[in-house]
Write a protein that binds this ligand. Structure first.
Ligand code: 13P
Length: 257
């Protein structure tokens, strides 16, 4: 329920030095009238490059994961304070690809959110059901359980998180949740946040899963859809810019949302 929409790019494991530069140069060149908040979550090795490319722009830098540990003998891990050193403002936690391929548990996700918060980084907590869970009528209970773990661990600062509803069956499949399906789950998450904190209106709830230029406006016009987490379409400057412009229009059309 933030005043302006928040659109976050998740580049996943894509990019390279020259591709990143081209993409961000094109986005900066086509910026025009963007009136929404914007972030880009990039692979770790490119944090310095992208930090420099984003200097002086309103685009916030993001990472895609963070360790559950603060420091120490954890080979291959990256801590929240290291991310902070590179000016990281947002960090994805609990993306379904990490829950699925790296066996991240709900407790891991909650601890990652905690590390991010402790370092002044906004965790973007991803929740979402698989197709089998949706078909079994378990969507609400799955996303509530995923969010509950994060609330349990981070109760006192839960208003500082961002939530992203990403139905697993919609990610990278071209099959998007309908605006009604997205709104229904966002309303469930909103109610859960409301019960957890009087400051629930500070928490943006993003939709992610095959959001593109064709469906962004309808999804973003839903009352509890506060923005988007964009995968594939964020790798094409023109598509990403069009989504930013649609989100800007939506925020201007409905300033109270
Ligand atoms: P796609 O937009 O490619 O479906 O990816 C969504 C996503 O997983 C963003 O985190």
């Amino acid at each position: 329920m933030s005043t302006s929409k928040l659109i976050v790019a998740n580049w996943k494991m894509n990019g390279g030095l020259s591709a990143n530069q081209l993409l961000l140069d094109d986005i900066k060149a086509g910026w025009g009238a963007v009136h929404c908040r914007v972030g880009v979550c990039v692979p770790y090795p490119y944090l310095t490059q992208v930090q420099l490319l984003l200097a002086g722009t309103p685009i916030a830098l993001g990472a895609q994961d963070v360790s559950i540990h603060a420091t120490g003998a954890y080979t291959g891990e990256v801590s929240g304070s290291m991310l902070r050193d590179f000016g990281v403002r947002y960090c994805l936690v609990g993306h379904s690809e990490r829950r699925q391929y790296h066996r991240e548990s709900e407790v891991d996700v909650a601890l990652k959110a905690r590390q991010a918060l402790a370092c002044g980084i906004t965790p973007i907590v991803c929740v979402g059901e698989t197709l089998a869970q949706r078909e079994a009528g378990e969507t609400d209970s799955v996303v509530k359980r995923q969010l509950a773990a994060v609330i349990h661990e981070n109760g006192h600062c839960i208003s500082e998180i961002v939530v992203a509803y990403e139905p697993v069956w919609a990610i990278g499949t071209g099959r998007t949740a309908t605006p009604d399906q997205a709104q229904a789950v966002h309303a469930v998450l909103r109610a859960q946040l409301k019960a957890a904190t009087p400051q629930h209106e500070r928490v943006a709830i993003l939709y992610g899963g095959s959001m593109n230029t064709g469906n962004a406006a309808d999804l973003l016009s839903q009352p509890d859809v506060d923005g988007g987490l964009i995968g594939g379409a964020s790798l094409k400057a023109n598509d990403f810019l069009e989504i930013l412009h649609k989100a800007s229009h939506e925020a201007l059309a409905n300033p109270m949302k």
